[in-house]
Design a protein around this ligand. Structure first.
Ligand code: KIV
Length: 272
């Protein structure tokens, strides 16, 4: 028999910790604009991530490296206008937090003040400890991100599964514990072996949200455009497509083009 789920009118960082304690899985998706965020929030998602994957799916870049802090704030501001229930977390983009802790804090403050977001997400462990501490000390909630960290793609050279080797797996587990000690409220694990992700989720008390990390973690995140089938060229094993939106859109648009060409649109009822 499944336990009754608590009703949450508004999701906070504390709600997520409560969900982990209650064994309720956390749902998380990305969104980058007002209209999509409105639909995602209406479907009762727990967390909306304004991910730097906007660089790929919104701007067509090959990596997440080019997106700027100003662009992230633009996306976050639009999402925040739509959201009534979900916790909105915004990625600190590449180059906005790595050079020093003061710059990291300035970037995080800009996101919080200019967009009205509820938290920021940062990729990395020990290497970004100083930046995380500074941001957390200012009272800004931070979500960590370990495993495949796409901002480091030029260091990894590939988007393949991370932490298969013992040494990297041990470092990841240590980093997860460090992020918990620093005060991160949750952690994303991307593309790592399911057994390792399960071990991390058992070891730390903060919620662990996986993408390509199996189901023995505390929640799941996907990129919205991928799970809706709006992107077609990206098909990793972990991606479940719930729609083929690209096909449905091109079909609808094709029918509109046909109607316009045939002077069938607008008809008499569709004019003044
Ligand atoms: O930017 C993003 O969409 C992300 C998710 C893949 C977790 O970081």
């Amino acid at each position: 028999m499944s336990a009754e789920r608590k009703e949450y009118k508004r999701i906070t960082t504390n709600s997520l910790i409560e969900m982990k304690q209650d064994g309720e899985k956390i749902s998380m998706l990305t969104a980058y604009d007002y209209s999509m965020a409105k639909a995602v929030d209406a479907a009762n998602i727990d967390v909306i991530l304004v991910g730097d994957s906007a660089s790929n799916v919104m701007s067509g870049h090959e990596t997440t490296v080019p997106i700027t802090l100003d662009q992230m704030i633009y996306h976050a501001t639009a999402v925040i206008r739509a959201v009534k229930r979900a916790l909105v977390v915004v990625d600190l983009p590449f180059g906005s937090y790595q050079s020093d802790a003061k710059e990291a804090l300035r970037s995080a403050i800009r996101i919080m003040k200019e967009s009205g977001a509820h938290a920021v997400k940062i990729e990395g462990g020990e290497e970004v400890k100083g930046s995380m501490e500074r941001i957390l000390n200012a009272g800004i909630p931070v979500m960590g991100h370990l495993g495949l960290t796409p901002q480091s793609i030029y260091k990894f050279g590939t988007y393949s599964v991370r932490a298969r080797e013992v040494e990297e797996a041990e470092k990841l587990l240590q980093d997860a514990q460090l992020l918990e000690q620093l005060g991160c409220f949750a952690l994303v694990l991307e593309k790592i072996p399911a057994t390792l992700a399960a071990q991390v989720a058992k070891t730390v008390n903060i919620p662990v949200i996986g993408i390509g990390a199996g189901n023995q973690v505390d929640g799941q995140v996907l990129v919205l455009h991928d799970m809706l089938g709006l992107t077609t060229e990206f098909s990793p094993r972990f991606l479940r497509r719930y729609m083929n939106l690209y096909d449905q859109m091109t079909d609808a648009i094709g029918r509109y083009v046909t109607d316009v060409k045939a002077n069938d649109f607008p008809n008499e009822k569709e004019q003044y």
